[in-house]
Design a protein. Structure first.
Length: 182
């Protein structure tokens, strides 16, 4: 399970792990390969992608495992310590279609072209009639392509999420140099 692997790798460096994921899935456990030169992060990141999970740090030296959210809500009112904010959207790293070419589990199952699993951008009409497609070769060896499909969905949602960002300045917080943000 991803949480066990996170505890194993992060424990070596004194990093805590917080699991906020509601769904525990072991389907990628024996399917994601290790590569020469892999770092601890690259191994964890690869498992998380194929399980459709997000990994991030919580700002207090802990790694957080979370499910992908379908929506986010923020409440701003006169008591919020918010001094300024801005929103940015950049679709240059997004694609209309995401295709994952699946490497069949055995060479005996290879008949003709390899299967392709696909997902589309969450904002389907944003690319009009452009055939903007990102093609990825699946590096796992799952038997039925479930992980390849999950990876295609994850890639579409990840690129969508990263294309939209909010910059926030909060009163009373300090920057990396110790300067108080006001």
């Amino acid at each position: 399970m991803l949480e066990d692997l996170c505890h194993e790798i992060c424990g070596l460096y004194g990093i805590g792990v917080i699991n906020k994921s509601q769904a525990q899935d072991k389907s990628a456990w024996n399917s994601v390969p290790y590569n020469i030169g892999d770092t601890g992060w690259s191994i964890l990141d690869r498992y998380a992608r194929y399980q459709g999970k997000l990994l991030y740090d919580n700002g207090y030296s802990a790694l957080v495992i979370a499910d992908v959210a379908t929506q986010a809500t923020t409440v701003l009112n006169e008591r919020s310590p918010l001094t300024s904010y801005s929103y940015n959207e950049d679709i240059t790293q997004r694609y209309a279609n995401y295709e994952v070419i699946w490497q069949p589990f055995t060479t005996q199952s290879q008949t003709g072209l390899p299967p392709v699993f696909s997902a589309t951008d969450p904002q389907a009409g944003i690319f009009a009639n452009e055939n903007r497609t990102l093609v990825t070769i699946n590096s796992t060896s799952d038997q039925d392509g479930t992980l390849a499909q999950r990876f295609a969905n994850w890639q579409a949602n990840r690129n969508y999420g990263r294309s939209r960002s909010v910059s926030v300045t909060l009163q009373g917080f300090t920057d990396a140099g110790g300067q108080l943000l006001t």
